[in-house]
Design a protein around this ligand. Structure first.
Ligand code: PEP
Length: 250
């Protein structure tokens, strides 16, 4: 069965104490959330605290990135094994901000996906086109190339533990949201692409999340689409009320 998921990407926001407080506020409001998996991705400094605070709750914890290396002399990096040991079960990989500011390529993301799976972390793998690519009608080709590169060498068994997030870059943090029609047609395209490589059972069970200025006022119309299984939420996930309202938008 395909899971409905709402995941919050906090990005580089909150101090340790603000973040712990936000987690507590979210926990207090989770009773209203019925059939939706909640995931929060706070900054690394909070992974362990988030793991402790959310044990025995409906919330799971994610990293926002991890290293492509297992361990060793990689100053400033955090490994998949470290994330797992601190209480995370998921990790966001290939976010457009990592691609744009830290020059991450599909090949590097592929290595990160593999090392995450080896450490029993479920990667939330992001894809999506920039504005120029959308305006030039290249968005399907761009996403198809990202998927091919990022999932090179990943087998069907691995795919049972993968989540994809479609995040049109022009919609991230801009207040512009993809229309429900734009979201549905790309999610359907992604599912068909996965079906062609891994078969219909894997594709049908794959959760594909929409990300890009998703908020309580537009989540319902986005989540109503048959191939939209939830959202990866940036700005709105920093408000416990908004995050929970989005989770209740199915
Ligand atoms: C994101 O960064 O993954 C995201 C979707 O951000 P926002 O919701 O702020 O557009």
């Amino acid at each position: 069965m395909r899971k409905q998921i709402v995941a919050g990407n906090w990005k580089m926001n909150t101090t340790f104490s603000d973040g712990a407080e936000l987690i507590k506020q979210i926990i207090l409001k989770t009773d209203s959330v019925k059939n939706t998996q909640l995931i929060i991705a706070p900054p690394f400094i909070l992974t362990s605290e988030a793991g402790k605070l959310t044990s025995n709750t409906k919330i799971e914890v994610s990293g926002q990135n991890c290293s492509n290396q297992a361990k060793g002399a990689f100053t400033g990096e955090v490994s998949a094994e470290m994330l797992k040991s601190a209480g995370a079960n998921h990790v966001i990989l290939g976010h457009s901000e990592r691609r744009a500011y830290y020059l991450e390529t599909n090949g590097l993301i592929n290595e990160k996906i593999k090392i995450s799976l080896e450490n029993n972390l479920t990667p939330i793998v992001c894809c999506g086109e920039v504005l120029d690519e959308r305006e030039n009608n290249e968005h399907f080709e761009v996403v198809s190339k990202q998927i091919k590169g990022m999932f090179y060498g990943i087998n069907a068994e691995d795919f049972k533990n993968i989540i994809i997030a479609y995040e049109p870059v022009w919609a991230i943090g801009t207040g512009k949201t993809a229309t429900p029609i734009q979201a549905q047609e790309m999610h359907k395209f992604i599912r068909e692409t996965i079906m062609n490589s891994y078969g219909s059972e894997i594709a049908e069970n794959l959760s594909i999340l929409y990300g890009g200025s998703c908020k309580p006022s537009n989540a319902k119309e986005l989540f109503a689409n048959p191939d939209v299984d939830g959202g990866l939420i940036g700005g709105a996930s920093l408000s416990a009320d908004d995050f929970i309202a989005i989770a209740n938008s199915f």
